[in-house]
Design a protein around this ligand. Structure first.
Ligand code: GTP
Ligand code: MG
Length: 583
């Protein structure tokens, strides 16, 4: 792998904190490598610049700046399917004929692929001019001039060794993760380790943006001024390697260009076809894009048009990048949500570490699922963590209303009548004086939500306080922008109860561990690792029926058995710890 610096990573070794040590005062530096860490530019703040937090001496990049840079970078980038035995040096030398290369990396997804970023956009056009449509023998090729190529060796040398290093695009296996967690030095260290091991990397972020850019090239056949923008966990800093790629087709650019062309007494308008509603327009647009991806999109397979959903979408696999993609249109509010989460994630190094651990915990206990249903979503869990951090004393995160009061004139944003205004400038937000450790926060999170009055209260990050629920849904999390909506409307009572039971159980496990914790070097599941073990409350009702011991006693026995039978434990392929001594 060349280039791709992940700049700031070694500056604040929070991971090195010893067990029980107090968290350092917050300076917003991220403790672990990754997209946001690399995205937040750190420069000396010129004196007299805006910034309420005087202890901050750095400027942090705005979400829109980061996205703009990534998009521009992706437009100079190509994706190349390579033969397995390729000489990196010769390959780069060959490509350099078309112009200087900024950086590149290789990865595996249905074969070896290279992502090559040229310094200039013209190099891409030059490479396209040099490429040809393959002749396929019995099959016929649909000629399509894209930025996704295949490189073939005219004279494959059998002696050529595959010398390229592959960058991993997948999260660590559960076995590996367990090992990492067991060897960590403290619970704080465990949470940071989990974040570091599973977050979207710099290269993965580049690949995500490149995939959007390639899809944009296809959509541009119909809508030349469209933009395909990533949103959701691919860009909000809470993305885990392997998460889906949410993207939306933004046609507003066309509107903006039209407005610019308007002059004086004359206003030129395009002749267009009218349809009865915005929704039907969206369905029609997505329908043709879906067809186009299916018939002509290189690497796009399994295209499904899900047009009758509340938010119509086209779902497909982009085989070459390995991403499961959801393409929607007119999703500006979701992009604004992504920006808001990006801000929250960047404000304090503990936020992402806690969110990743809670998401991992929820996944390990099947509280979340990749299949839509009555489960809590990752988005809802993130809202719960943000709310919890707003409720600390002093608060770790500001409310959305206070971010609104910090907004500058250019931040004013109203989408479909919803006020989505908040500051986009991280440097305007005063850092929190709260110094609680991640260990404490994890424990308190479980206690807080294990005892939350879900039956009557709603979670609301706009005001950062509990409110009466407006309806009887088991879990009510107010949508931060469309405030009459509940983002967790899908969650049913039994899933809610399961969440509460597991939260209580986890709080209990951590409390017990305070009293009797195995040594960090003992390679036994402890702390966060112990929380990822199969729960006993899942089988509580079954146990009751069978007259088994109460859950708390069984947890204690379970933990004892883990400690004494560690060598017999194994991790199965579904990521769950199986314990041979378990009743
Ligand atoms: P992953 O599970 O890692 O994919 O997290 P995600 O945040 O990307 O969630 P998902 O793919 O389900 O949704 C993508 C984005 O759509 C989210 O980040 C939100 O911005 C938005 N979103 C998802 N669910 C809801 C919802 O129920 N209400 C609203 N308003 N937005 C949602
Ligand atoms: Mg997603």
């Amino acid at each position: 792998m060349a280039a791709c610096s992940v700049g700031l990573l070694t500056r604040v070794p929070l991971c090195a904190q010893g067990r029980g040590q107090v968290h350092r005062p917050i300076c917003r530096l991220l403790s672990c490598p990754g997209t946001v860490a690399a995205d937040l530019k750190r420069e000396e703040q010129p004196s007299g610049n805006v910034g309420t937090g005087s202890e901050d001496s750095v400027l942090q990049k705005r979400f829109s700046e980061v996205q703009k840079e990534r998009r521009e970078e992706a437009q100079r980038t190509v994706l190349i399917s390579c033969p397995n035995k390729i000489s990196e040096k010769k390959f780069l030398k060959y490509l350099s004929q078309h112009g200087p290369i900024n950086n590149h990396f290789f990865y595996e997804s249905f074969g070896l692929h290279a992502v090559v970023e040229f310094r200039q956009k013209g190099s891409v056009a030059s490479l396209q001019d040099a490429a040809c449509t393959p002749s396929l023998g019995t099959e016929a090729a649909v000629p399509f001039r894209s930025r996704f190529f295949s490189v073939k060796l005219k004279n494959p040398s059998t002696s050529e060794k595959s010398s390229v290093q592959r960058s991993s695009q997948s999260p660590p296996s559960s076995k590996k993760l367990f090992e990492l967690l067991c060897y960590a030095e403290s619970i704080d260290d465990q949470l940071n380790t989990l974040l570091k091991a599973s977050q979207v990397t710099e290269e993965n972020a580049k690949l995500r943006q490149l995939t959007c850019s390639l899809i944009e090239d296809i959509a541009a056949a119909y809508f030349p001024y469209c933009t395909v923008r990533p949103f959701g966990s691919s860009v909000n800093s809470f993305g885990k390697l392997g998460c889906d790629l949410d993207m939306f087709l933004d046609l507003d650019e066309t509107e903006r260009l039209n407005a610019q062309k308007t002059s004086e007494n004359f206003r030129m308008e395009f002749q267009v076809k009218n349809v009865p509603s915005e929704r039907i327009a969206t369905q029609k647009i997505l329908s043709v894009i879906g067809e186009c991806l299916d018939h002509f999109g290189p690497g796009c397979v399994g295209v499904q048009k899900i047009l009758n959903a509340r938010c119509p979408l086209v779902r497909f696999s982009h085989q070459a990048s390995g991403f499961q993609c959801d393409l929607t249109t007119n999703n500006r509010i979701a992009l604004k949500s992504s920006e808001l989460l990006y801000i929250y994630g960047a404000l304090d190094s503990r936020v992402r570490a806690l969110v990743f651990s809670i998401r991992c915990w929820a996944r390990a206990h099947s509280l979340t699922s990749s299949i839509p249903g009555a489960w809590i979503t990752n988005f809802s869990l993130t809202m719960m963590v943000i709310f919890f951090l707003q409720r600390r004393s002093p608060p770790i995160l500001p409310t959305l209303d206070s971010l609104k009061t910090l907004a500058a004139a250019e931040d004013k944003c109203v989408i479909e009548g919803h006020n989505c205004t908040f500051t986009s400038d991280l440097n305007r937000i005063k850092p929190s004086g709260n110094t609680e450790t991640l260990e404490l926060l994890l424990k308190e999170f479980f206690e807080y939500f294990g005892n939350f009055a879900f039956n009557k209260n709603s979670i609301n990050i706009r005001q950062g306080r509990e409110q009466n629920k407006p309806d009887s849904s088991p879990l009510h999390i107010q949508n931060p922008f469309e405030t009459s909506l509940n983002v967790s409307k899908n969650v049913n009572q039994s899933q809610m109860q399961k969440f509460v039971d597991l939260a209580r159980e986890s709080a209990w496990i951590l409390q017990q561990e305070d009293k009797d914790r195995p040594s960090p070097s003992s390679n036994q599941p402890w702390g966060l690792a112990a929380l990822l073990l199969p729960s006993v409350s899942n089988s509580r009702s079954l146990a009751k029926k069978k007259g088994k011991k109460p859950a708390s006693e069984r947890i204690k026995n379970l933990l004892d058995s883990i400690k004494s039978n560690n060598t017999e434990n194994s991790i199965n392929t579904s990521g769950k710890r199986t314990i041979s001594t378990q009743a």
